[in-house]
Write a protein that binds this ligand. Structure first.
Ligand code: SAH
Length: 229
C-alpha cells in the first residue's frame, strides 16, 4: 500500500505543485505516493458555490462554513479511513521531525487547508480535525503548509531518497543540528577544509562531527538540548 495524501482546498491546482518535480515528483510518477487534491468549492452553497460567511460576533474577514467543509470531508474519507485528519493552522501543535516520521510510516494523511480568517470551530470538533502548525507566522492559506508537511513525509518514504543514510544524519534526527559540510575545492578564497575531514580517520571524523553538532546546537538552538518535560 502506498502513502496517500488527500487534500481539501479551494485551490486544488496548487497540488502537487513543487512536489511534482525532483525526487518527490519521480516518486509520484512511480506510484510510491499519491496526491489527491479535492476542491471544497464543489460542496459550496447555491449558484455561486459559496464556502464562507462573515464571522459570528463581528470582526474582519470571512470564515469557512462548517457544513460546507463537513460535506467535503465526508465525501473524501470514509469513517473507517485510518489516516489522520489534519487541519493546517497556526494554532496547531508545531510540526516536528518526530511527527513527520510517524506520519510517513503510516498510510498517509487527510489534510484540510484553511483560507480567510479560518474555519468554523464546530467542524474542527465535529470531525475531530487535528490542528497542525508549520511555525509561528501567518500564511495566507494552508496550501503551502500542506506542501511542506507532504514534502517532509515523502522524502522519508522507502526508496525516495537516493541514499537511505542521508535521512538519518539530518538535523533533528538525533536531537541535534547537523555538523558543517564541505566539498571540493580543498581551498576556496583562502578557506581550507578542516584537516581532520581529509585525515581518513573515520572514528576521529565522527567524534569531530558530533562535537560540531553539539556546539552549533548549543549556540543556535539551546532549547533542543533541554530535557523534554
Ligand atoms: N486568523 C487565523 C489565521 C488565518 S490564516 C489566526 O490568526 O490564527 C489562513 C489559513 O492559512 C489558516 O486557516 C491555515 O489553514 C493556514 N495557515 C496560516 N498560517 C499557518 C501556519 N503557520 N501553519 C499552518 N497553517 C497555516
Amino acid at each position: 500500500m502506498n502513502w496517500r495524501a488527500t487534500i481539501l482546498t479551494l485551490y486544488p491546482e496548487m497540488f502537487p505543485g513543487p512536489l511534482g518535480l525532483s525526487l518527490a515528483g519521480d516518486a509520484l510518477a512511480r506510484g510510491a505516493w499519491q496526491c489527491d487534491a479535492r476542491n471544497i468549492r464543489d460542496f459550496g452553497i447555491g449558484k455561486h458555490r459559496t464556502v464562507d460567511d462573515t464571522p459570528a460576533g463581528g470582526g474582519a474577514g470571512m470564515v469557512l462554513r462548517a457544513d460546507v467543509l463537513a460535506d467535503a470531508l465526508d465525501a473524501a474519507v470514509t469513517p473507517d479511513d485510518p489516516r489522520p485528519r489534519l487541519l493546517m493552522s497556526p494554532r496547531g501543535k508545531p510540526l516536528t521531525q518526530a511527527r513527520i516520521r510517524t506520519l510517513a510510516e503510516g498510510p498517509g494523511a487527510l489534510i484540510v487547508c484553511g483560507r480567510f480568517e479560518g474555519v468554523d470551530e464546530r467542524v474542527i470538533e465535529g470531525r475531530q480535525l487535528e490542528e497542525v502548525s508549520i511555525g509561528d507566522y501567518i500564511l495566507s492559506g494552508g496550501e503551502m503548509a500542506a506542501l511542506v508537511l507532504m514534502d517532509a513525509c515523502v522524502r522519508l518514504l522507502p526508496g525516495v531518497m537516493g541514499h537511505e543514510q542521508s535521512g538519518e544524519e539530518e538535523s533533528f534526527e538525533n536531537g541535534l543540528l547537523e555538523y558543517p559540510h564541505y566539498t571540493r575545492p580543498r581551498e576556496w578564497e583562502g578557506r581550507a577544509i578542516p584537516d581532520i575531514l581529509l585525515s581518513g580517520d573515520h572514528a576521529k571524523i565522527a567524534r569531530w562531527r558530533r562535537a560540531q553538532s553539539e556546539a552549533i546546537t548549543q549556540a543556535r538552538r539551546p532549547d533542543l538540548l533541554k530535557p523534554k518535560g
